[in-house]
Design a protein around this ligand. Structure first.
Ligand code: SAM
Length: 247
């Protein structure tokens, strides 16, 4: 699997990826954490802090960690109150938490064997009965909903700078791997645009596969939802939001 290099675009991540969905999703996450009576949370792929900062402000006891030092540096600058740590979801250990989260397709960066390693490591960071919450693109949806044509997924203007991102992706539906090819144009006024090209692989799953992997690694699935907190629909939901409990 070819990795995504967050170092190149960390500076622009919040603008390109940040949108009203981040706020809406945080409210859904908060409701879920309250429902399961969670007090301590490890955000093990915190990126620039989209969930960790919100949860800390909401009064949870938060530990935040990510693989990318560039992403952490941005999170740390935005929110000095938390000590953002550098660690790998496959082996980082920070204690025993009520919940571990990895949000916004973060596990898609891992190959299937590495996702197995990550899940086993997450059990090390969870109390018995603790929950793991994560999301990933839904393979069953992608089998009919994948966009083969080039498309734009981001179009924004912030303080006179335009951000446009094109996708021309391919999909191996057998292996469940999306080969992402993205091109981002960043243009201040009418100056020469900066153009970033990225290509990487994203491993995605069906809900049946996730259930199987989780059960083989000591979890039971409590809920599959979509990203707006509604009941997950195998054929219609773009994402699978999984809530699993360590047995
Ligand atoms: C799409 S971003 C999501 C970040 C954040 N949760 C959000 O919603 O904005 C995925 C994050 O996963 C992190 N990541 C990728 N592989 C990782 C690994 N092996 N261990 C820890 N973090 C990893 C990346 O550095 C990146 O910050």
């Amino acid at each position: 699997m070819k990795d995504y290099n967050y170092a190149t675009q960390a500076e622009y991540y919040d603008i390109v990826e940040g949108n009203t969905n981040v706020k809406d999703f945080n409210n859904i996450l908060n409701k879920l954490l309250k429902k399961y009576n969670i007090k301590s949370v490890l955000d093990i792929t915190c990126g620039t802090g989209a969930q960790a900062i919100f949860l800390d402000k909401e009064g949870y006891k938060v530990t935040a960690s990510d693989f990318s030092k560039e992403m952490i540096a941005i999170a740390q600058k935005k929110y000095p109150k938390l000590d953002f740590k550098q660690g790998d979801i496959r082996n980082a250990k920070y204690g025993k938490f009520d919940a571990v989260i990895s949000i916004f397709n973060a596990i898609g960066h891992l190959s299937k064997p590495d996702f197995g390693k990550a899940i086993r490591n997450i059990t090390n960071n969870l109390k018995t009965g603790g929950i793991y919450i994560f999301d990933i693109f839904n393979l069953d949806f992608m089998k009919h909903g994948f966009i083969k044509e080039e498309f734009i997924d981001t179009l924004k203007e912030v303080d006179g700078t335009k951000f446009v991102r094109f996708n021309k992706n391919t999909f191996d539906s057998e292996g469940g791997v999306i080969h992402m090819n993205q091109k981002t144009y960043i243009q201040k006024g009418l100056s020469k645009p900066k153009i970033f090209k990225d290509s990487w692989d994203m491993q995605i799953y069906s809900s049946d596969e996730l259930k199987d992997i989780l059960e083989k690694n000591g979890f039971e699935v409590l809920e599959f939802l979509d990203m707006n907190g509604d009941k997950f629909d195998k054929n219609k939901s773009l994402f699978i939001l999984t809530i699993a409990r360590k047995k």
